[in-house]
Design a protein around this ligand. Structure first.
Ligand SMILES: *Cc1c(COP(=O)(O)O)cnc(C)c1O
Length: 362
């Protein structure tokens, strides 16, 4: 069986370095807010090109903390793509803001910049972008709209660590960005972990305080905060893996190129990219009319696949208030999408076998 994602193999490449770091933490007996947090957040900010990075407990908290940090709440609207992982929209609801869903572009699967202006009202505070599947959103139009209507641009970069738009990394394309370091992401920890990047010193201080019981210094509480911190062990592991992220993403690109040039089955719609550096291929999403039949056929041929995602947010029980809205492009993507295995440890032989099996499907 070719696994959809072999995390043991992914992480075993860094075993010696990680073993040493964990032993060091055991020896020091220091588990939170220590040197590994300082080192990782400094390195991650440098990687993204931002002034600041903050380690938090997970990607949902990172999104949530950005919205809280800006102080948006009831009556405020946030524009968000209709096709995203539910967490993006949950963070908006958790702050009592209203998610305003906008259709994706069928070619990039990212929010369609041409449809955003019509969704802006006097209550709009921000455009919350998602660099979906690992591809950076094309920013020009969005920057223009943000300036024209005085909106913040927030990035959900949970799937796109290292992706670039015109030479700038995601995480540094808006006012603040949320990252997830969930084990399966392009940069993954050994459990839950997340981060926020920003160039805004006020937001940085505020989010750091809110994430630490609302405390700006010990036992002094200025906000009704939460506990959302990055463990030293997770920070140490992420810092060991970060120097290899660009090489891993380059390998993902190589595999994506093989799929995109050698899958020739006319029943398959291949993903597109407008610039090789824009995409880090967190997942490789093809589309086809008979998606479930293809998934079964691949499984029968010992190839695991996944669906990102089977049900759009506006069709979820949690969002019954959106059920009467219609997003036909998003629905079409959800109905037809299938994710093939892609990871830095997939071998050329495995890639070749996947391509052969798909081309033989009829
Ligand atoms: C994974 C993911 C999140 C949530 O991150 P967690 O660390 O699992 O909380 C948010 N948005 C998107 C687009 C994601 O893929």
């Amino acid at each position: 069986m070719i696994k959809f994602l072999d995390l043991e193999k992914v992480n075993n490449r860094f075993r010696a370095d990680i073993d040493n770091r964990i032993r060091d933490i055991l020896d020091a007996g220091w588990y939170l807010s220590g040197k590994y947090n300082e080192e990782f957040t400094a390195h991650f900010a440098e990687f993204c090109g931002t002034k600041y990075a903050i380690g938090v407990a997970n990607g949902l908290d990172a999104l949530n903390l950005i919205i809280r940090g800006y102080g948006w709440g009831a009556g405020d609207e946030i524009i968000v793509p209709a096709n995203t992982f539910i967490a993006t929209i949950l963070a908006i609801s958790e702050n009592n803001c209203t998610p305003v869903l906008v259709e994706p572009d069928i070619n990039t699967y990212n929010i369609n910049p041409d449809l955003i202006e019509a969704a802006i009202t006097t209550r709009t505070k921000a455009i919350l972008l998602v660099h979906l599947y690992g591809q950076a959103v094309q920013m020009d139009k969005i920057w223009e709209l943000a300036k024209k209507y005085n909106l913040k641009v927030i990035e959900d970069a949970a799937q796109a660590h290292g992706a670039m738009y015109n030479g700038r990394r995601v995480g540094n394309l808006g006012d603040a960005a949320a990252f997830s370091f969930y084990p399966g992401k392009n940069l993954g920890a050994f459990g839950d972990a997340g981060g926020v990047t920003t160039n805004d010193p006020e937001l940085y201080e505020k989010i750091r305080a809110i994430a630490n019981y609302g405390s700006d210094y010990k036992y002094h509480h200025v906000y009704k905060g939460i506990n959302s911190r990055l463990d030293e062990i997770q920070a140490a592991i992420l810092d060991a893996k970060l120097p290899h992220l660009d090489a891993d993403n380059a390998r993902r690109r190589e595999i994506a190129t093989a799929y995109r040039t050698r899958i020739t089955n006319p029943k398959i719609i291949l993903p597109k990219t407008y610039d090789e550096n824009a995409h880090v291929w967190h997942v490789f999403v093809i589309r086809t009319e008979n998606r479930d039949a293809l998934a079964k056929y691949l499984n029968d041929n010992d190839i695991q696949t996944n669906i990102h995602y089977p049900t759009p947010p506006h069709k979820q029980g949690a969002y019954s208030e959106l059920a009467n809205q219609s997003f036909s492009v998003s629905e079409e993507i959800h109905r037809t999408c299938l994710s093939l295995p892609i990871s830095p440890v997939l071998t050329d032989e495995e890639v070749g076998r996947i391509i052969g099996v798909i081309n033989a499907w009829n």
